[in-house]
Design a protein around this ligand. Structure first.
Ligand code: ADP
Ligand code: ASP
Ligand code: MG
Length: 412
């Protein structure tokens, strides 16, 4: 008998027919003798609809009330799934975050889980029932409902698996595993049978939304066995492994390609080049609680420097306005910006032992006339910023250049 946490995403519970299909799958696991905690998302599109409603009422809503509203989508799906299970003769009980309780900090909209009290879930499981838990939500010390950020039900699933010491956390979704890149953009993308936490963490942080980054962090930290599977097809899915398990086959250099259309670029040109300038430029951005991702500074021959950085598109207007002020204060030549950019990254632990990946990547993009605006690298990834309109072409070009569509490129 295993203890499983199964998380089903928005598409998997997108209508009542699909919820019944999920109930069949959970009932089958019970029939095999497994104990099951199920985490569900809101029906697909529902969280966006709720966020839209908030936006119609105010451009700057109270964060407490925002969470109060956007957390409601999951309340419907836990109730429906519990009823569908009961209709199949499977005993089930639904739980909102605060009924578990899943305790978080008070950072509304991006709360972090601090502690999960497992007694109530244990009682339910010991009674032979399925616990159906609302993803994406928790409760802070003052009793306010909090949410964990978009895609946060993955994190609820992994955190519950860690707290309960589950045998596996299974993330059921609309693809049958983690692919070499988003299969919606590159139909030739291939499923990876396994991927290391380190690589998955990079892919998630660089834009692959198949798993929320915090879920991967959590799983790595608490060594939760994590698997991504399809709700609609049988198959082994993708196992996220703690270490690269060598299987005799030469490991691929590149495991995957991620992209992100959520960033915008800001450039300050002709800044007097003196110590402390970087802090003067980025200080006000940090003070305004705007996160900066990539930063490039170039020293020119004329004693000035150019400074380029990227921020989330949602923060672009605010960051751009701050840069106009800074440009004036520092006597810089100009402040410009562009929110039609995309960040494209190749990721692979094999890069550690192989030189030349960067030049292969740049050559492949050049051959398609795709201009690179910024570059950043780390031990296992190379990221470039390009014009947004080229992102799909660039993904397909690199997928081919690194032979990710070939069977041998992917660990079997
Ligand atoms: P859910 O609603 O089940 O949480 P998501 O939409 O959050 O599902 O995540 C699944 C989607 O992630 C897929 O439909 C796919 O388009 C996208 N995706 C992006 N990158 C990848 C990747 N490398 N492998 C698989 N899917 C990916
Ligand atoms: N319903 C939430 C969202 O759409 C959480 C999730 O689906 O993981 O972001
Ligand atoms: Mg998701």
């Amino acid at each position: 008998m295993a203890l499983l946490v199964q998380k089903y995403g928005g598409t998997s519970v997108g209508d009542t027919k699909r919820i019944c299909h999920v109930a069949d799958k959970v009932a089958a696991a019970r029939a095999r003798g497994d104990q099951v905690v199920v985490v569900v998302s809101a029906m697909s599109g529902e969280t966006n609809r709720l966020i839209g409603l908030v936006g119609e009422v105010s451009a700057a809503p109270s964060q407490r009330e925002y969470d109060q509203i956007v957390a409601t989508g999951e309340q419907v799906t836990i109730g429906l799934l519990a009823i569908a299970l009961q209709a199949r003769g499977v005993s089930a009980r639904s739980f909102l975050g605060h009924q578990v309780p899943i305790r978080t900090d008070s950072a509304h909209g991006k709360a972090r889980i601090r502690k999960i009290e497992t007694e109530a879930l244990r009682v339910t499981l010991d009674e032979g029932a399925v616990a159906v838990v609302a993803g994406f939500q928790g409760v802070d010390d003052a009793g306010n409902i909090t949410t964990l950020g978009r895609g946060g039900s993955d994190t609820t699933g992994v955190a519950l698996a860690a707290a309960l010491g589950a045998d596996e956390c299974q993330i059921y979704t609309d693809v049958d595993g983690v692919y070499t890149t988003d299969p919606r953009v590159e139909p030739r993308a291939r499923r990876l049978s396994q991927i290391t936490f380190e690589e998955m963490l990079e892919l998630a942080s660089l834009g692959s939304k198949v798993l929320q980054i915090r879920a991967v962090e959590f799983a790595g930290k608490y060594r939760v066995p994590l698997r991504v599977l399809s709700t609609f097809e049988e198959g082994p899915g993708t196992l996220i492994t703690l270490d690269q398990e060598s299987n005799g086959v030469e490991e691929p250099l590149i495991s995957g390609i991620a992209f992100n259309r959520d960033e915008a670029q800001i450039t300050l040109q002709g800044v007097p080049d003196r110590p402390g300038i970087a802090a003067r430029v980025l200080g006000p951005i940090g003070a305004a609680n705007i996160e900066v991702d990539m930063i490039v500074q170039n020293v020119g021959a004329d004693g000035t420097t150019d400074f380029t950085f990227t921020v989330h598109k949602n923060d672009y207007a605010r960051a751009r306005a701050l840069m106009d002020d800074i440009c004036r204060d520092l006597g810089a030549r100009s402040a410009t910006g562009d929110d039609n950019i995309a960040k494209l990254s190749v990721v692979g632990v094999g890069m550690r032992s192989h030189a030349g990946i960067a030049s292969e990547m740049f050559n492949a993009l050049a051959a398609e006339n795709i201009n690179i605006r910024m570059i950043s690298t780390s031990e296992i990834k190379i990221s470039v910023v390009i014009e947004e309109k080229y992102v799909e072409l660039a993904v397909r070009t690199l997928h081919r250049a690194f032979r990710l569509d070939e069977e041998s490129a992917v660990t079997p």
